[in-house]
Design a protein around this ligand. Structure first.
Ligand code: ADP
Ligand code: MG
Length: 736
């Protein structure tokens, strides 16, 4: 017993465990388990509840009533019999308890099991049973525990909540299965748990009501009940997110506070003359964000900032003012757009803004646009002008960093992000210059959980106000049968001088057929639904010049209705368009729908977003009230898309929509996976662990605020854990 308290080094090889020789140890090594600690932290992939032990009679009742889960029984061996079926041997072992008898069958491992059972022995048996045609309760290849009533009963495979592990091929080859692994882990925990140090300060564990690490480990592998298991998982999620937050915060701090950046001076006269050249006043939200950017630029440290704002909140203008400040200080600036069409739109918008400004001030600012389809000759001219430092603002797509452009003195990089630029690209761009400032603009609002994880290393500014004078877009959900009436409505709008969009979803598999589908829809609507209106067509198979041309003619009101596949999603600005009709709306993600809706309501006139979906879905919405748990999976799927579409009609708030979208679709679908810089958590889940993510960040912030270098005695555990398990974070952190 006194052995229990001996210190044993958990970082020693698994080979030191009883039953693990060099052979098994090397198999473990191949699976990434080299130390005893690794083994102890090799957590189950699932648990089965075998804690309830039934009698044969009640088990029969369960099965007859249609129960088709696992059952655990305890029985005495009566006898065994080898039989043959189809030329193959199989084994039947008969057991009984006080209420009846049952059979266990083996078709595999017959030789092994044949000599395992002696009449009179007692076993616990777990498996999903069947009732044979002779009316006998039968278990095939069950899990077993031999029960020796002389000793205390020791369940390893049955009789309680049982862990199941992923067992890699290498371990299987060494005959290590669930039973063996369970035993091994149990004994490792037994001998080594006292030597595994806590990795969170006790005050955090206590204040947040978390489990301590030792109980966490025990409960995760061998929980007494499912609440204990949940508590263990919760603790590990918190710990993972806490250290993740700590590292992101330190990274943020080292990149902003500690990294020397270009120090800019803001010339109020210059900025004021630009503001005076605008036909409107900045909103308070724009001013607030600008002042945050200004203090970054003036600080002498590198800026890393994310601007979030709903569609139409005026991010571009904020970006432009930041650009002007940096140019005024003698540096070059870069504006990255996700698509060519958007690059050109930014180019034109900025040219327009600057025209009046240049007239007033006679300041001339040279701007160039650079995309994949810029001609070779143009490119060479632009490259030269960039390297000479004549070009002050370069607007473009990825092409900007795929080619060897030499900047004279880049001071600011703005990324107008559509969740398409990953962290790598960001880093690549930043690598181009000597610590230029970075501003990332998010085109769709991002839920806080995502900002805290994917963008945890950026400061965040939020533009939470739309410019005045906008009437909120009215969103309506309609079944397909209402389309004729909707087309009449489009005609009325056209008669009043307004324009409309009609959007069709692009079904991914049919991308090749896109052109055909788009043209077919176009012809169908021209002929059968809107014969009296002028229609334009925009689709993904057009090159940017063709798209530009169509957009320009639409803007110039050369036609009333623009039929489009999703390409119009990206920031197109036509204030005279008042209707956005979206077909098969259920096929779109919410954030995408919100983006599309943002294409209307850009002027002062009342605008509409009409979501058209299968009639039956709309009908279902009237039938189903709240109780979703009784729905079949098929109806549930439909109901899900309905809930999403309903949310669109209920709010115009992009942040709310992003939250709902995240809950319903999951982060991978919306934000992409690895490429978008989505962190991969072992325990936590970005989608469902919202509260833990926020709490972990709060706690990490508070700790760094009180003790930025983790010098205090009570934060020693944190520092040690960082060193040991999260050392990638240390490079951002000047400790030790
Ligand atoms: P975002 O990029 O955030 O979607 P934009 O910058 O494209 O929004 O702005 C949308 C429209 O609102 C543009 O036509 C822009 O000129 C205009 N705008 C921007 N700021 C203001 C403001 N403070 N008052 C009125 N209109 C504004
Ligand atoms: Mg924009």
């Amino acid at each position: 017993m006194s052995e229990q308290n001996l210190y044993r080094n958990p970082d020693s090889s698994v080979m030191y465990l009883k039953g693990v020789g060099p052979n098994k140890a090397s198999a473990f090594n191949m699976c990434g388990i080299s130390t005893i600690r690794d083994l102890i932290f090799y957590f189950p992939r699932k648990h089965l509840d075998r804690s309830q032990i039934l009698s044969v009679i009640s088990a029969m009742e369960y099965v007859r009533d249609g129960y088709d889960g696992e059952i655990t029984l305890i029985g005495k061996v009566l006898g065994r019999e080898l039989k043959k079926a189809g030329g193959k041997k199989f084994l039947i072992v008969k057991f009984e308890d006080e209420t009846g008898s049952f059979d266990c069958l083996w078709f595999q491992g017959v030789n092994f099991f044949e000599n395992k059972f002696t009449p009179g022995e007692i076993y616990a048996v777990s498996k999903k049973p069947a009732i044979s045609k002779w009316g006998i309760l039968t278990f095939t290849h069950p899990d077993l525990d031999k029960i020796d009533y002389q000793e205390s009963v020791e369940f390893n495979n049955t009789g309680k909540i049982i862990p199941f592990y992923s067992i890699p091929q290498q371990l299987r080859e060494k005959s290590l299965g669930d039973t063996g692994l369970r035993k091994l882990i149990a004994s490792a925990i037994d001998l080594y748990i006292e030597s595994i140090p806590e990795t969170l300060p006790s005050r955090i564990v206590k204040n947040l009501g978390l489990l301590d690490l030792k109980s966490t480990i025990k409960n995760y592998h061998f929980p007494s009940d499912f609440t204990a298991l949940q508590k263990a998982i919760h603790r590990l999620k918190f710990e993972e997110l806490f250290y993740f937050s700590l590292v992101s915060l330190m990274k943020l701090k080292s990149e902003t506070k500690d990294k020397e950046g270009i120090k800019c001076k803001v010339n109020p006269g210059f900025i004021l003359s630009f503001l005076n050249s605008l036909p409107f006043k900045l909103t308070n939200a724009q001013l607030k964000v600008l002042s945050e950017i200004r203090s970054d630029l003036e600080s002498g440290k590198v800026m890393s900032r994310l601007i979030q704002g709903d569609v139409g909140s005026g991010k571009t203008l904020v970006a432009l003012i930041s650009i002007l400040i940096v140019i005024d200080n003698g540096y070059q600036t870069i504006l990255m757009a996700p698509t060519e069409i958007l690059a050109f739109q930014h180019y034109n918008t900025i040219l327009n803004f600057l025209k009046i400004f240049e007239e007033i001030t006679s300041v001339k600012i040279q701007i160039e646009v650079l995309t994949g389809s810029t001609t070779k000759k143009e490119k060479n001219r632009i490259y030269e002008s960039i390297s000479l430092g004549e070009t002050k603002l370069i607007i473009g797509t990825h092409a900007i960093f795929e080619e060897p452009v030499t900047y004279k003195n880049p001071g600011l990089i703005i990324i107008d992000e559509q969740h398409r630029f990953g962290v790598d690209q960001r880093a690549k761009l930043i690598g181009k210059g000597t610590n230029p400032h970075t501003l990332v603009m998010s085109a769709t609002p991002i839920p806080r959980t995502i900002t805290l994880t994917v963008y945890g290393d950026l400061n965040v500014s939020i533009i939470d106000e739309l410019p005045p004078g906008r009437t909120p877009v009215q969103t309506i959900l309609r079944g397909e049968e209402k389309l004729p009436a909707i087309f009449r409505f489009l005609e009325e709008q056209a008669a009043s001088g307004f324009q409309s969009y009609i959007v069709f979803p692009l079904v991914e598999e049919s991308e090749k057929l896109e052109l055909k589908a788009a043209v077919t829809e176009f012809e169908n609507i021209t002929k059968n639904h809107l014969p009296n209106l002028k229609l334009g067509l925009l689709h993904g198979k057009m090159n940017w010049k063709e798209k530009e041309l169509v957009m320009k003619s639409f803007k110039d009101r050369e036609f009333d209705v623009l039929i489009a596949t999703t390409v119009i999603e990206v920031g197109i600005d036509v204030p005279n368009a008042t209707v956005m009709l979206i077909n098969e709306a259920q096929r779109f993600g919410l954030s995408q729908l919100h983006q599309l809706r943002g294409r209307v309501g850009r002027g002062a006139d009342k605008s509409y977003c009409i979501l058209v979906t299968k009639e039956e879905i709309v009908a279902a919405s009237n039938r189903i009230k709240g109780e979703t748990k009784y729905l079949s999976p098929v109806l549930m799927e439909r109901f899900k898309s309905l809930v999403r579409l309903k949310a669109m009609t209920e709010t115009n708030d992009g942040f709310k929509i992003a939250e709902i979208d995240l809950k319903m679709r999951g982060p991978g679908d919306i934000y992409g996976t690895k490429q978008s810089g989505m962190p991969e958590f072992k325990f936590a889940d970005i989608e469902s662990d919202y509260e833990i993510i926020i709490k972990a960040r709060e706690v990490a912030e508070q700790i760094l605020k009180d003790d930025p270098k983790l010098e205090s005695f009570e934060n020693k555990i944190i520092k040690n854990s960082l060193y040991k398990y999260h050392n990638e974070g240390l490079k951002y952190f000047n400790i030790g």
